[in-house]
Write a protein that binds this ligand. Sequence first.
Ligand code: 13P
Length: 256
Amino acid sequence: MSRTPLIVGNWKMYKTIPETAAFCQEVKGEMVGLDGKQVGLAVAPPFTALNTAALALRGSFISVAAQDVFWAESGAYTGEVSPKMLADAGCRFGIVGHSERRQYFHETDDSVNKKAAALIKEGLIPIICLGETLAERQSSSTFAVVERQTREGLKGLAVKDPERLVIAYEPVWAIGTGQTATPNQAQEVQAFIRKFVGEIFSFPMAQGIRILYGGSVKPENVGELMAMNDVDGSLVGGASLDVKSFAKIVRGSISR
Ligand code: 13P
C-alpha cells in the first residue's frame, strides 16, 4: 500500500483566531517525531482563521484546508471567496461538497464540480465530499447516489497526479451522530468509488488517489477503519477540535 494516509480536521463553524493560533501551536508539539512521509495532515478552520493557521503552521508538515470556495476568480459575488484568495491565505486544500453545504446551502453536484475545477486551476487540492443520506441507504440507493456524485463531481477535472485530488466518503447518517459506519460499510463503498475513479480517469489514478472516510471518526475507531484497504485517512469533525483527540487519531492512523 503506497498511499500515504491523510487526516483532515474539519472544524466547521468553530474556533476564533486566538483559539486557532493556540490549537496550531499545540498540535505542532503533539506531532513532534512525525513527518509528512508517514502521514499527511491538515486542519480546516473557518475562513477568518485560515491565515492565522497557515502562519502558525509554517515550516511544519501540517497543511491548511478551506471548508469551501467559490469558483470565479474575482467579481461582484458578495460574501464569496476565490481559490486565489485561499492560496493567498496559505491553503493547500479546499473541501468542496460537504453534506452540510449540500443540505443547508443548496450545493449541487454541478457546483461541487465547478469549485473543484477552480481549485485545481489555482494549484490547490480539492477534497470532494460525497455520501448517501439515511433514507438513501435504507432504500438501497447508496451505490447509485455515490456513483452519481463521483461522476458529476469529477467530471472533466484536469488531474494527472493522484496526489492532487482527494475524495471523502461521508455517509450523512454518520456525521455528528456518533454512529460511525462499520469498517466493512466504509470499505465496501470506498472500494466502489476507487473502481469508478479508475473508469473515469485511469487505473494508476485510482490506485494512487486517497479516499478518506468521514463520519463520527474517533481515536477509538480510527484503527479499525484504517485497517481497511480502501480507507486512506479520515475527515474528522467533532473529534478534531480537541488537540489531544486529533493527535490520537493521527497516531492511530499511521500503523497500517
Ligand atoms: P463528525 O466527525 O463530527 O461526525 O463530522 C464529520 C464531518 O462532517 C467531517 O467533515
